[in-house]
Design a protein around this ligand. Sequence first.
Ligand code: BTN
Length: 271
Amino acid sequence: MDLEAIQQALNHLPLGPVRFHRQTGSTNEDANHWAQAGAPDLALVTAEEQTQGRGRLERRWFTPPGAALALSLVLRPDQTPVDAGRPQALARLTALGALAVCSALEDISRGELQPEIKWPNDVLLERRKTAGILVEISWEGERFTSAVLGIGVNVSSQSVPPANALLFPATCVEAALGRSVERLELLGAVLERVLYWRARLNSDEFLQAWQEQLAFKGEWVQISRGDPSGPTMKNARLVGVRMDGGLELIDREGKLITLQTGEVSLRPVEK
Ligand code: BTN
């Protein structure tokens, strides 16, 4: 990939300015600095390789050169209709990224791939993590001034971290699809779908798509504090996602519990 090829692949989309790095620390870090310096809505940072890629819960995110997508998009509030408080805005924008990746994978595979969202921020193919979303929001009081929507997608096998570095099984798009994937095409599809879903952030269609795409519905999951290797809080059957982004589950005693995006992770209970 290079800047010219990226601009050409994206020229049908109403995006802001694009920055491309062969190698950078983290595109989220770059986009945050750019946002502080006045980057407009939909300014995009993308990179071939990240050396300090970051994930949720202060985890590292692996982006070796040429094998993945790493992109960060600046979102400004006027064009981003999340009229909610902090946890809800974070949940909704995270879902925006996850839904966009799911829709894009369905589009480029002509429906062959069936991606799912592992609440709150992972995209799974064949029950293995294939993409992750990291949203970072800057607030002034109760109003957000900018958000950075960071998306990382494992495209070819070199992008899948070694098994001993994994907290949850992982795969890549090419392994799930059984053929090679043009990263520029996937990049265009993801961004097209971000625009599509952003315009519908507060709609029933958005909530319904989120609900439909949710992994482990009706199944027993293990809820852990922190990452999936953290202490288990309890097992519960997953019901669905609420309008405010909370996840509803029913525990062994039949009690309804709601989790908010935060310091928790899910994994299916081994049968
Ligand atoms: C996670 O699964 O915990 C989220 C991973 C998010 C990774 C993406 S790659 C592009 C952007 N830049 C980063 O440093 N992180 C996000």
